[in-house]
Design a protein around this ligand. Structure first.
Ligand code: AMP
Length: 419
């Protein structure tokens, strides 16, 4: 067994080919879907001043317990990003782009979590954020965009849960009602939830400890605490989702882990996973976040999709397989290798993907390597080809056999055959 120091740190893993090709393909599909809806890519830094994330709320677990924080050599307090909405909103405040502003992102986040299946310390997300309009149809556009993305991957067992947390005043009233409910029955709660009940009663609703189930079931519902305005907004969201024929379930206990959400919140779960780790994406409205980051008050809505878990769901449903990316041509050279050097260079410059064999290996060994490469054609250079200024082309997939081609016309011939 390798020395533990030379293994990837706990909660992280190497992504080898072909899984790496599949991830890149997933981001490609995502970019196509969101760019078709007017979102443009933003690439924020992977670390920020720790304050940027503190703005997400002190009771947010990812900030309070899970952040990778350090002081850099210049004495700055820095954190690796645990999520990207904060960075995007920080970037919005810094650059003040015209509204509405619709951005997408893809990349890793870092959380010091209890590592287990589907829960990592470094994990990738893709997401979008839309700042400006308060229009309920924007919430629906955001939800629908995620839904279409899952459809493009071929996923069919995705469930959409929606809720409204009301405006910030409704939310505060609801938190106080929840606080009263839990405080009156503290003894029936699990030990962990007893602490959470006083600091952040909403989070108790997320508990999946069996001891808490009854009190959670009997807790007041957020939907009874909505102002007329928030209830109207939520109604519009539901009507528009129905018009788009996107099925959804109302989940009044859906609070999500991040404290900044108001009004619409939603989550996508996959039916193929166990309940504890079944979320493959989620998001909502965060109308107060821009202001909290020192930007002009600007409403916003967005989602983040977990790439690792989405790919696990694809595995379970048998969809979105890794793309096959073999080279087009494999060059076999038994005359020393210089001819292979020149031919592969010429082929690559013409836009063909070309690989070759290495070392002074026999024709048979090199042909085996050609077969393994998955290339469609082999270019063979042996002593007789060398003497006659030709190359032999062999079809590795079909059975059109082989033909002799002049060295000077090899690229042209292969382009005609393969492109
Ligand atoms: P969040 O940013 O917590 O709202 O998470 C959005 C999505 O990212 C979740 O639905 C998961 O699919 C994924 N996710 C969150 N945390 C992790 C993690 N530690 N490991 C893997 N995926 C994660």
């Amino acid at each position: 067994m390798a020395d533990p120091i030379y293994r990837a740190p706990k909660g992280t893993h190497d992504v080898l080919w072909p899984e790496s090709a599949r991830r890149r393909a997933l981001v490609g599909v995502f970019a196509d879907v969101v760019e078709a809806a007017g979102y443009t890519e933003l690439v924020p830094p992977m670390f920020e001043h720790v304050e940027v994330f503190r703005r997400l709320g002190d009771t947010t677990d990812v900030v309070r317990k899970e952040m990778y924080e350090f002081e850099d050599r210049g004495g700055r307090q820095i954190a690796l990003r645990p999520e990207q909405t904060a960075s995007i909103v920080r970037s919005f405040g810094e650059h003040r782009p015209a509204l509405p502003w619709k951005a997408w992102y893809a990349g890793p986040n870092f959380r010091y979590e209890r590592a287990q299946k589907g829960r990592f310390r470094q994990f990738d997300q893709v997401g979008i954020e839309a700042l400006g309009p308060e229009d309920a149809h924007l919430d629906v556009e955001v939800i629908a965009t995620a839904w279409r993305f899952y459809e493009c991957l071929g996923l069919q067992k995705v469930t959409l849960l929606v809720n409204s947390l009301g405006g910030s005043e409704d939310r505060a009233r609801y938190v106080s009602a929840l606080h009263d409910h839990f405080s009156a029955n503290l003894d029936s709660l699990s030990e962990d939830s007893r602490t959470t009940a006083s600091t952040n009663p909403l989070r108790v609703l997320d508990s999946n400890r069996p001891e808490d189930a009854d009190l959670i079931d009997s807790a007041p519902s957020m939907l009874d605490h909505l102002s007329d305005e928030a209830a109207g907004h939520f109604e519009q969201v539901k009507v528009a989702l129905t018009s788009l024929e996107i099925p959804f379930t109302i989940q009044p206990r859906l609070v999500r882990g991040l404290d900044y959400y108001v009004r619409t919140t939603f989550e996508f779960t996959s039916e193929v996973f166990e309940a504890a780790q079944n979320a493959i994406g989620g998001g909502g409205r965060y109308d107060g976040l821009a202001e909290a980051m020192g930007a002009p008050p600007t409403p916003g809505v967005g989602f983040a999709i977990g790439v690792d878990r989405t790919l696990m769901a694809c595995d379970a449903e048998g969809v979105f397989e890794a793309p096959d990316t073999p080279v087009d041509v494999f060059v076999v050279d038994t005359t020393g290798g210089e001819a292979a050097l020149l031919v592969t260079d010429e082929l690559r410059r013409s836009g063909l993907r070309a690989d070759r064999s290495w070392g002074e290996r026999s024709m048979k060994a090199q042909m085996r390597a050609a077969d393994r490469s998955g290339a469609a054609m082999a270019v063979i250079i042996g002593d007789s080809e060398r003497e006659s200024g030709t190359l032999t082309l062999r079809d590795l997939r079909g059975d059109t056999g082989q033909e002799s081609v002049a060295l000077s016309s090899i690229t042209e011939t292969l382009l005609a055959r393969l492109k």
